[in-house]
Unconditional design. Structure first.
Length: 463
């Protein structure tokens, strides 16, 4: 009997050793080797301890997490479910490992954007914690703080706020989670346009993080960045820059000059300079962000592509349309690959490229992209949507320059009709009226020319 017990302990140590080796491989991102070690441990556990043993369940959990890291969600779900089947039977539904598996499943569904299923599993975790710890225990409160952002993502702001407030009420006042919860409450108020409350909670989050985590913690930097974003949205650019630079100093000192968070902060500073029309400085910071993102994330990461898009915008504003089209092409390659050629997100870049080609005088290329863009916009938004209006306006410009006056007049008229539905008598509508006035004047149709010039003038004077 003693020998049998000794043998089992030896088997367990062997399984644990394989799990530790797998964990080391995962840290080094050697996922095939990690899989080998976990599979070896699983085979031993099933053979020596049995299919229903909790050691077997733990390996299923580790396999699920490994597949989740690699975004293989079906396999991750399969292994989490196998682990759950064992934990629910023995030691039971109230056991911590069962609750952890519910939590893992919730995170898996969150990673896939399925908030409803994630909420179902987090609710199971919460129910267990309420029964085991009580409704007002800090451990229960931490789950309130996790559930709240899911309600926020679903657009149920009142429910989100209710759970955030429960978390704040019952969390330990020295728990870093309370600072993160303040930050999330601030974000919620920011989204709803309640800027005084947003600022109040951002500042609470900052004070807590400085006190609990210290002035130089990356989490403190994240709140500085959020405050920068807040002031940027309020058009208080000097304050925004001040907070962005505080965040940048921490990120570069603590995480390093080539960390993705450092790149993200360069990107936000660049956006600030772009909004101020300081294109040289904007380009400098976008290039710093791009250098890190290309190196650390690769050319096809969404964050890298966002920086390509912003750099294209800077070059466009500087009048360097050749460079702008070069970067817009990088964006287009990514979008066509990820979303397809018929997606509205791809159409936005078709339109951007068309505007570059118009400014370069390459009207045949501009027309090619505008037609693609128009087909997608009409199909997705309809003929009288404001986005369709922008394309009609650009098409009209191409037809006007190419001397196709009838087509130009038709497209300008369509742009006016579509814009009027969204904006009424705005400055946007004045420009096509002015262009139509010039076209009719060139045709010696002075009554129509006067009519459109007058409409343009009325709008300019009013606005």
């Amino acid at each position: 009997m003693a020998k049998n017990k000794l043998d089992k302990e030896k088997i367990k140590r062997s399984i644990e050793h394989n799990s530790k080796l797998a964990a080391g491989c995962i840290k080094q991102q050697d996922y095939p080797k990690a899989l080998q070690y976990l599979q070896k441990g699983l085979d031993t556990s099933i053979k020596e301890l049995g299919k229903e043993h909790w050691y077997t369940a733990n390996i299923y959990t580790n396999l699920a997490l490994l597949y989740q890291i690699q975004s293989d969600y079906p396999k991750a779900l399969n292994y989490f479910q196998k682990a759950l089947d064992i934990f629910e039977k023995e030691p039971g539904k109230e056991y911590p490992d069962t609750a952890n598996t519910y939590k893992n499943l919730a995170n898996l569904f969150l990673a896939q954007g399925d908030c409803s299923k994630a909420l179902d599993y987090y609710q199971k975790v919460l129910d267990i914690k309420k029964r085991k710890l009580g409704k007002e225990h800090p451990g229960t409160a931490s789950t309130y703080s996790i559930i709240a952002p899911i309600y926020q993502a679903q657009g149920d702001m009142s429910k989100a706020l209710e759970y955030y407030q429960k978390a704040v009420k019952f969390l330990d006042k020295e728990d870093p989670d309370i600072a993160y919860t303040y930050n999330n409450i601030a974000s919620l108020h920011h989204t709803q346009g309640d800027y005084p409350k947003a600022l109040q909670y951002y500042q609470k989050a900052l004070h807590k993080k400085i006190r609990i985590l210290g002035k130089n913690d990356p989490s403190t930097a994240a709140t500085y960045k959020n405050l920068g974003f807040y002031y940027h949205n309020q058009d208080d650019h000097p304050k925004a820059l001040k907070y962005y630079k505080k965040a940048l100093r921490i990120y570069t000192n603590v995480l390093g000059k080539e960390h993705p968070d450092t790149a993200a902060t360069y990107h936000e500073i660049a956006k600030l300079y772009l909004a101020e029309g300081e294109y040289t400085k904007a380009l400098e910071y976008f290039q710093k962000s791009l250098f890190i993102r290309e190196k650390m994330l690769g050319n096809e990461h969404p964050d890298t592509v966002r920086t390509y898009n912003r750099i294209a915008m800077v070059y466009y504003h500087q009048g360097d349309f050749s460079k702008a089209s070069e970067y817009y092409q990088k964006v287009l390659d990514f979008k066509e690959k990820l979303f397809g050629k018929e997606d509205p997100k791809t159409a936005v870049t078709y339109n951007n490229l068309a505007e570059c080609f118009i400014n370069q005088g390459d009207y045949s290329k501009a027309l090619q992209y505008l037609k693609k863009c128009l087909d997608i916009s009409i199909k997705e938004n309809g003929n009288e949507h404001f986005r369709t209006a922008e394309i009609y306006f650009n098409l009209a410009e191409v037809h006007r320059v190419q001397g196709e006056k009838i087509k130009a007049i038709d497209s300008f008229q369509k742009s006016i009709g579509a814009w009027k539905n969204r904006f009424g008598k705005s400055i946007k509508i004045a420009e096509p009226h002015r262009k139509l006035g010039a076209l009719y004047k060139a045709e010696d149709n002075y009554p129509m020319a006067l009519q459109h010039y007058q409409k343009a003038l009325d709008i300019y004077e009013k606005v």
